[in-house]
Design a protein around this ligand. Structure first.
Ligand code: JCE
Length: 273
């Protein structure tokens, strides 16, 4: 897979040389090219921003450097025989970045990232490349970063670990929380390793019982417990058809009831508390 990143902070992308993504690069599974947006400016001050039309706070990134940068990056990939890339533009007003989108992006041979700074990029740039490429404006979460570079690191790591042969162990994908497929709608429970006792704390007995059925059931119960506590929205929209009798009992103990219209809701605990 080839990745191009156009940014005014190329040093911010240094972490792409480290760990899983860095190893994928040295193994030749990932071809990452980071470009300095300012190299496509023509004035003495390498200006990339200007004041917003209509007034208001902050600055907006000018369209000309982005246009020249993206044209040049697109031309270089085309010259190497690559078909049109997906353009990924991080923004707090984008569509949520999910595991589903990570899987989709991991299937593409070429991604171009356009992380902005200031108040974002002149809208006409998104419109222009929207007519030539598949453009995804994506948000990595409901908070406001100072720029898109950290989002590029997040998206790249989520995508790179899905590439064939990047994670040593293909098994490791299967029951990730949020992975499409099994466990798609539950968070993972806790994990433990050696030593069996640490600072007076034991590990749950069931995990050393050797009873695989009981272990699977315990893990599922813990998954429900965590999901109920941290992501009640996932319980609310879980499919009752995917639950067995034991699951229903676990959910009932956690304060959930099956609603007449299907799905689950929290029992009114106002009196209990
Ligand atoms: C960014 C900014 C909008 C004012 C470029 C923030 C993505 N999930 C996300 N949170 N924050 C971002 C993000 C991505 C790119 C940029 N800002 C700051 N954005 C309004 C300021 C600028």
């Amino acid at each position: 897979m080839r990745l191009d990143v156009v940014t005014i902070f190329p040093e911010y992308l240094e972490p792409l040389n480290v760990s899983l993504v860095g190893k994928a690069r040295t193994r030749g599974q990932l071809d990452v090219r980071v470009h300095d947006l300012r190299s496509w400016t023509h004035d003495r001050h390498n200006t990339v921003d200007d004041t917003p039309y209509g007034g208001g706070p902050g600055m907006v990134m000018k369209p000309e450097p982005w246009g020249e940068a993206l044209d040049s990056v697109l031309a270089s990939g085309e010259a190497e025989g690559l078909a049109a890339p997906v353009l990924v533009v991080p923004t707090p007003s984008g569509r949520p970045f999910t595991q589903e989108l990570a899987v989709e992006l991991a299937e593409r041979p070429w991604l171009v990232f356009a992380p902005a700074r200031y108040e974002g990029i002149d809208r006409r740039v998104i419109e222009e490349y929207g007519e030539r490429l598949e453009v995804h404006e994506v948000s990595i979460g409901d908070y406001v970063l100072a720029g898109g570079e950290a989002a590029v690191l997040v998206i790249t790591e989520a995508v790179a670990r899905l590439l064939p042969g990047v994670l040593g162990n293909a098994e490791s994908h299967r029951d990730d929380s949020f992975a499409p497929g099994a466990m798609a709608d539950l968070l993972e429970g806790p994990v433990y390793t050696k030593p069996p006792e640490w600072r007076g704390r034991d590990i749950p007995e069931v995990l050393v019982s050797g009873h695989h059925g009981k272990i699977a059931r315990w893990r599922r119960d813990e998954a429900f417990r965590r999901t109920s506590a941290n992501r009640p929205d996932l319980i609310e929209r879980c499919d009752p058809a995917a639950l067995d009798k034991h699951d229903r009992k676990t959910l009932a103990e956690l304060g959930w009831e099956e609603l007449p219209g299907g799905g689950f809701g929290r029992r009114d605990r106002a009196v209990e508390e």
